[in-house]
Ligand binder design. Structure first.
Ligand code: RP5
Length: 164
């Protein structure tokens, strides 16, 4: 049996309730056959586990961390505080403020600890994964070609749209 590939991307979320959104990040990474792992870790409910994950991420071979949270969304920022790996933040659409709270909590980092922040919800989940693919593609020509092909297919699909 072939050994499972070591994950290059960690997909973290503050709650299992974020999976509805973050499954789109996982599916996008799977489409590009990028080895990844998905975990629930909370900046507030499991702060030690969040710190431990980020501190050990590079040593385990991870190259990019995607972090999603909603409301007072501090997960991406806390992970970024503990690792110098690129951290991509996905604001989850919250019930009360439609994700504006998540967006601002994720994007408004102090100078010195960057979090690359994406759109609220599903588009952000997909784009964070595509951005992770782009980062990995810098040192993987095969992956770069897959990304270019994805863009070509996407463009062809748009140009083939027929309106009523
Ligand atoms: C955040 O609180 C999570 O990321 C989630 O988006 C939100 C609500 O969490 P649950 O109450 O559904 O567990 O920490």
């Amino acid at each position: 049996m072939a050994a499972a590939k070591k994950p290059l991307v960690g997909v973290l979320m503050g709650s299992k309730s974020d999976w509805d959104t973050m499954q789109h990040a996982a599916a996008t990474l799977a489409r590009f056959q990028v080895a990844h792992e998905c975990r629930v870790v909370s900046a507030h409910r499991t702060p030690q586990a969040a710190a431990d994950y980020a501190q050990g991420a590079a040593a385990r071979g991870l190259e990019v961390v995607i972090a999603a949270a909603g409301g007072a969304a501090h997960l991406a920022g806390v992970l970024a505080a503990w690792t110098t790996l690129p951290v991509l933040g996905v604001p989850i659409e919250s019930a009360s403020l439609k994700g504006l709270d998540s967006l601002l909590s994720t994007v408004q980092m102090p100078g010195g600890i960057p979090v690359a922040t994406f759109a609220i919800g599903k588009p952000g989940a997909i784009n964070a994964a595509l951005f992770a693919v782009a980062v990995l593609a810098l040192s993987d020509p095969g992956l770069a070609e897959k990304l270019a092909e994805f863009r070509r297919e996407q463009a062809a699909k748009v140009l083939a749209e027929k309106l009523p």
